[in-house]
Ligand binder design. Sequence first.
Ligand code: SF4
Length: 282
Amino acid sequence: MNKIKVSELFYSVQGEGRYMGVPSIFLRTFGCNFKCAGFGMPRGELSNEAEDLGEVAHFYNNYKELPLVSTGCDSYASWHPSFKHLSPLYDLDTLANDIVDLLPHKTWKEEHLVITGGEPLLGWQQAYPNLLEHSKMKGLKEITFETNGTQPLDSNFKKYLSNWEMNPPDREITFSVSAKLPCSGETWDDAIKPEVVCEYEQYGTAYLKFVISTEEDMVDAQCAIAVYRAAGFKGHVYLMAVGGVENVYLMNNKNVALLAMKHGLRYSDRLQVPLFKNEWGT
Ligand code: SF4
């Protein structure tokens, strides 16, 4: 496959996880296997915000016009079918050129590439070897896939990454796995896939990042950590606060940092919220 449906392509500061603060190109692919309508809602209730906006999606012509939501998935337009028209199908030459055009020096220096979504490890995996080997990508050293951790790697992508082990390029790949707990509105069985995440560890660095707000969520996170560890997962674990908009983020961030300290886990901020209000394109 030599095409990728792209929701957003922008240059910003990575706000979350291992590369927090690193200047980064964000490639947001279209499509997700989840909806995560439970975020920011009382437990057991689902947000209608994405669905309501989907009803009027035809009024919006680009991402900059889209409203932010305070409940549910904060990147709803990257998977909701009604917003498909905002996500062009890029051929890889155009995509690689547009990526490099966003770099401040028009060539890779310290910048990191984040392939996010939606869920970036759906079918677009087939295009990543050609994208990453494109001549414009020479000099790129660090790549992160921001995934929900449910999608196994496809055989061609595994073959490509295995070659890295035999002929190590000057590159590092990271899987930032935001596995979804019940507070997301997704079911445990659909969301917690330890065997999938353990396989990511064979091809790069993987870490878990649980989005939580309450003590009840913390209990779920601990159960999930136990399940991943029992399956052999060795990576770090981060906690990150629910809150795609500032008022929700500010209600939760300190409490989640304290929970991370109490349980000896890492805390991830979401710097794009205080810095840029989590606007589209940030
Ligand atoms: S997995 Fe991520 S992109 Fe997909 S619906 Fe959930 S929060 Fe949104």
